[in-house]
Write a protein that binds this ligand. Structure first.
Ligand SMILES: NC(=O)C1=CN([C@@H]2O[C@H](COP(=O)(O)OP(=O)(O)OC[C@H]3O[C@@H](n4cnc5c(N)ncnc54)[C@H](OP(=O)(O)O)[C@@H]3O)[C@@H](O)[C@H]2O)C=CC1
Ligand SMILES: O=C(O)C1=N[C@H](C(=O)O)C[C@H](O)C1
Length: 257
């Protein structure tokens, strides 16, 4: 039985992870990091802690759906204090320092980092690479829609999709990404990639990658209709990751895509 520790156990996705693990025949909840209060009932003997070291020591693998500062503390425990467990990281909104820390930690333990744990988005990333490369003359624009509670923008998934689109055209996303248009901004430049966010209601997650030309356009849509798409994807990733060597893996590695 795989012992899973959760960082972000009180959150929207973390709570679903607890439910999914309850029903899983190969994995179970062994530890929860809780910074505020856990209101959900959890199996007896589950370790509840607000120390990263204890979380890491009390499981075989950590699944993280939290906030960037919490992920940072988890990664620091690995890089600075020798914490030694595989990590499935799903949190989004990292700054450059946190991204570098992720790379450092992956030299010591296996880390699967995915801004979206769904199979559909894993395939969408592939489709975007293909379409962006084949349709180099088309204008690429990405729109993401999420629930009103989401704190980061644009979504991690939208940024990953944009990275795929940019890389397929040999462009540096940091140089071509446009995150808003307002006022007399002038005509669209050829290489820019717009990444725009809408927030409202309970939208679980919707991403549209559009490729627009004179006379025709393509739009590729992915819609997550249930949040446990992500928790189930992360558990599948954890089962795969525990058999890997230290390194930085993507969801595509896990899915063989
Ligand atoms: N990769 C993917 O497939 C997906 C990724 N996500 C990402 O996962 C993250 C969480 O999403 P969601 O569940 O909706 O968010 P929530 O706001 O519902 O949950 C956030 C969790 O983080 C915890 N947390 C907040 N601050 C700290 C801290 N300083 N130290 C430790 N824990 C802390 C909260 O605990 P407390 O209540 O104790 O504050 C809570 O459990 C987001 O970054 C989101 O973008 C979401 C869905 C899918
Ligand atoms: O915060 C969310 O809810 C989601 N976050 C991820 C992201 O930022 O891409 C994945 C998913 O779209 C839901």
């Amino acid at each position: 039985m795989l012992n899973v520790g959760i960082l972000g156990s009180t959150g929207r996705v973390g709570s679903l992870l607890i439910d999914d693990l309850e029903l899983d025949n190969e994995a179970k909840l062994s530890a929860c990091y809780v910074s505020s209060k856990l209101t959900k009932s959890i199996p007896e003997n589950t370790v509840v802690t607000n120390e990263m070291k204890i979380l890491l020591d009390s499981c075989d693998v950590v699944i993280d759906f939290s906030v960037p500062v919490a992920t940072q503390s988890l990664l620091e425990e690995v890089v600075e204090n020798g914490g030694n467990k595989p990590l499935v990281i799903a949190t989004t909104g990292f700054n450059k320092h946190q991204q570098n820390l992720l790379i450092e930690a992956s030299k010591k333990v296996p880390i699967l980092y995915a801004t979206n744990m769904s199979l559909g988005v894993a395939v969408l990333n592939k489709l975007v690479t293909l379409a962006s490369k084949a349709l180099k003359e088309f204008d690429c624009e990405i729109v993401e829609q999420h629930h009103r509670h989401k704190i980061d923008s644009p979504s991690g998934t939208a940024l990953t999709l944009a990275e795929h689109a940019a890389r397929a055209r040999d462009l540096d996303l940091d140089k071509v990404r446009v995150s808003g248009r307002d006022g007399e901004i002038g005509a669209r430049t050829k290489d820019e990639i717009g990444v725009m966010s809408l927030r409202g209601g309970d939208i679980v997650g919707r991403h549209t990658v559009g490729l627009y030309n004179d006379g025709e356009f393509i739009e590729l849509h992915h819609t997550a209709t249930a949040r446990n798409t992500f928790s189930k994807g992360a558990i599948k990733a954890a089962k795969w990751l525990v058999n890997q060597e230290p390194g930085l893996y993507s969801i595509n590695d896990c899915l063989g895509l």
